[in-house]
Design a protein around this ligand. Structure first.
Ligand code: ADP
Ligand code: MG
Length: 678
């Protein structure tokens, strides 16, 4: 057996189990060994059964006194029992419907067993006891718990991985200089210790090395990818067209300094013979869309097609309208493709994309369907990039050859971090809002005061304004101390808002209905809109002045900041009221940050401190970034080291380093895109 042996040939894995493992992304032995535990259970070794607490899981030494006959119970279950002893103390081991379990035990033999303790009056029982191997009597046993899917049990993972580890030696793959410098364990020991650690210290050592390894590989890939892209001078060279000046004159406003700077950065990228791969960050409402429009326009005027993908239909429609509006005088063919496009229109649009008649297409995920083809795609834009999975973004960029890629996000990545994550080269930032924006009056209130808050909203509505009320997504099985959209909608319609038009939108609603309601809200017919976070990104209704967020404690700060950005878009004073279950000071402090600051970057940085990076960037999903154990915030120290080692390796020309580099470069050529900003 070696690391690349197919998983189905591993002892104990049949064809059926192999299929289930495949679904977990495990195809060969290496995949299995890299399927890291999600957590660990530290099971204490108890000297005496009398020290055991009820319901705790323990390891204990005992002797088999008597194996009883199985009993058939009234509920049709079969009970197997063994009487164990420890000196004079007796206790039972019990199993239900596992008649084979007792066969591993022999009368008078001594065993180390583990199981959950149950106490009833004077009688002590260990439920489902199992024999523990390899634990010396004074050490706790640390048991790995794996992410479980497809009916594979934790026991199965533990068993098969420990079997495999008995039969394999894992080759080292970090340069020896690095191992010595940071006193890392060998890879062989590390993999053993991550799966079945003998002690917490050894586990931590294993984690330290694996985190370094992930972040080192990540850094190398980023750095080499940049070199790779630069050395492949096959990007399309777009000219700066004269019409840009005309467009600039026709814009309904002057660009901010920051917008102009970013437009320039993108146009410079477009001129190069290197494919553009640029991340555009800008706070909510900073005007990213128009930057995209201007630069897409330039590509179109060079004779190419462009496409922009947005995460929701609402947003796609809004972009479509804005683009039509701004490019009105240029007689371009601009279309929208989304879930609610009729079959007939879809057909037409696809034809026209393929034949090159359409200049600009705006759309949702519908754009990445297989049969959407372009004649000569030159540039793609992904709006709210964090809302898309990596594979979706890849499929989008595969729609063209050597195209320029712009991705936009309002979830800012703090500079310190982006330097390490992206090498900081191709990131543009709009750090200024268009003039005349008012500060949004932000406050938080206890959920108990919600009536007062709705009353305030009603006052605003009576003045002619409109209101958003946003609820968190509630899973069906959750305790209902939360407002679900539907419940709140019904309640408001019946009570506080009975005299006005109320609407409701949520993600799973048929898109036609969703559009209708959004249109009515935009037109001012619906005064109060109850929704989930489908309106979080991008929606622009200048007459809306109040944003009420229910159960605000359930949202991330960056997300609340996004939601707040839905108001304050017109000339009226606007309010954001966060209704929260204020159960502790952490909630109070977190919400306080929003009240204090209007700066998305600052807020993101604070959010990171309390929530961790994975959640914010979505880069932790298994298999996507290769970062499984590391959290780029928590482990920023390791990230810095890994980054500097990666840089050193790249510059080094000694044979050993070159070998490592080449191996990684090969992998990059196969899988390069997953780390690009597309
Ligand atoms: P975001 O960066 O959040 O995507 P948008 O692109 O939706 O922001 O822009 C928000 C609003 O600001 C839009 O109504 C847009 O028309 C307006 N806007 C953009 N740039 C400017 C500007 N330079 N001056 C005035 N208004 C602007
Ligand atoms: Mg936007």
């Amino acid at each position: 057996m070696d690391t690349y042996s197919d998983i189905k040939y591993v002892k104990g894995v049949g064809p059926k189990m192999a299929e289930s493992l495949n679904k977990c992304g495990i195809f060969n032995v290496l995949d299995l060994l890299l399927y890291f535990p999600r957590d660990y259970e530290n099971v204490p070794v108890r000297k005496s059964i009398l020290d055991c607490e009820k319901t705790e899981k323990v390891i204990i030494e005992c002797t088999v006194l008597n194996i009883l006959k199985d009993i058939r119970l009234k509920n049709n279950k079969t009970l197997s029992t063994i009487i164990f002893c420890q000196g004079d103390n007796k206790f039972k081991g019990k199993w239900f419907n596992q008649t084979y379990a007792k066969n591993s035990f022999k009368t008078s033999n001594k065993y180390l067993i583990t199981g959950k303790v149950d106490k009833f009056k004077e009688e002590i029982t260990i439920m489902n006891p199992k024999i523990v191997k390899n634990t010396s009597m004074d050490e706790n046993e640390i048991i790995a718990t794996y992410p479980l899917k497809n009916n594979i049990t934790n026991n199965f993972f533990n068993k098969i991985i420990s079997d495999v580890l008995c039969n394999i030696i894992i080759k080292e793959n970090l340069p020896s200089g690095i191992i010595e410098k940071y006193c890392f364990c060998s890879l062989n020991d590390t993999i053993r210790n991550i799966h079945s650690p003998k002690s917490l210290d050894l586990l931590n050592e294993a984690k330290r090395r694996l985190k370094f390894q992930e972040l080192f590989t990540y850094s190398l890939k980023i750095l080499m990818l940049k070199e790779f892209i630069k050395s492949h001078n096959n990007g399309i060279q777009f000219k700066m067209t004269k019409e840009l000046t005309t467009l600039k004159e026709k814009l309904p406003y002057n660009l901010t300094k920051a917008q102009s700077k970013v437009v320039r950065e993108i146009l410079i990228d477009q001129k190069k013979n290197i494919g553009m791969n640029r991340l555009l960050q800008g706070d909510v409402g900073s005007g990213k869309t128009v930057v995209a429009i201007i630069t897409m326009f330039n590509v179109v005027k060079n004779g190419y097609q462009t496409a922009m993908m947005a995460p929701t239909e609402i947003l796609a429609k809004q972009h479509y309208e804005e683009i039509k509006n701004i490019l009105n005088d240029f007689s371009l063919n601009i279309q929208i493709l989304s879930g609610s496009t009729t079959a007939k229109n879809k057909q037409l649009i696809k034809q026209d994309l393929k034949s090159g008649i359409i200049d600009i297409i705006i759309g949702t995920h519908a754009l990445i369907e297989d049969n959407v083809e372009f004649e000569n795609l030159g540039m793609i834009v992904t709006d709210e990039q964090h809302r898309f999975g990596v594979s979706q973004r890849n499929r989008f960029s595969n729609k063209g050859k050597n195209i320029d890629i712009l991705v936009m996000t309002a979830t800012p990545i703090p500079r310190t971090l982006s330097l390490y994550l992206y090498g900081d080269l191709d990131v543009s930032i709009i750090d200024e809002l268009p003039p005349g924006r008012q500060k949004i009056d932000t406050s938080y209130e206890s959920m108990d005061n919600s009536d007062k808050v709705y009353e305030f909203a009603l006052d605003e509505i009576n003045k002619g304004r409109q209101v958003y009320i946003v609820c968190p997504l509630v899973e069906e099985n959750e305790e209902m101390k939360l407002s679900s959209v539907e419940m709140l909608y019904e309640k408001l319609k019946r009570e506080q808002f009975k005299s006005i038009e109320v609407g409701m939108v949520y993600g799973k609603m048929p898109s036609k209905l969703k559009n209708e309601i959004m249109d009515k809200f935009k037109a001012g017919e619906i005064k109060a809109l109850v929704s989930t976070t489908v309106i979080e990104v991008g929606v622009n209704v200048p007459n809306a002045t109040v944003m009420i967020v229910e159960n605000a404690e359930r949202f991330g700060l960056a997300q609340l900041h996004q939601l707040r950005g839905r108001v304050g878009r017109g000339k009226y004073k606007s309010y954001c009221i966060l209704l929260a279950n204020i159960t502790n000071n952490i909630v109070r402090r977190r919400l306080g940050i929003l009240i204090k600051s209007n700066d998305g970057f600052f807020i993101a940085e604070e959010d990171l401190k309390t929530r961790g990076a994975g959640e914010l960037f979505g880069i932790r999903q298994h298999g996507e970034s290769g970062l499984i154990l590391s959290d780029v915030i928590e482990d920023i120290g390791i990230l810095k080291l890994a980054n500097s080692e990666a840089k050193r390796l790249i510059q080094s020309d000694n044979a050993c380093d070159t070998k490592v580099k080449n191996e990684i470069l090969q992998k990059i050529e196969q899988t390069s895109s997953y780390i690009c900003f597309n």
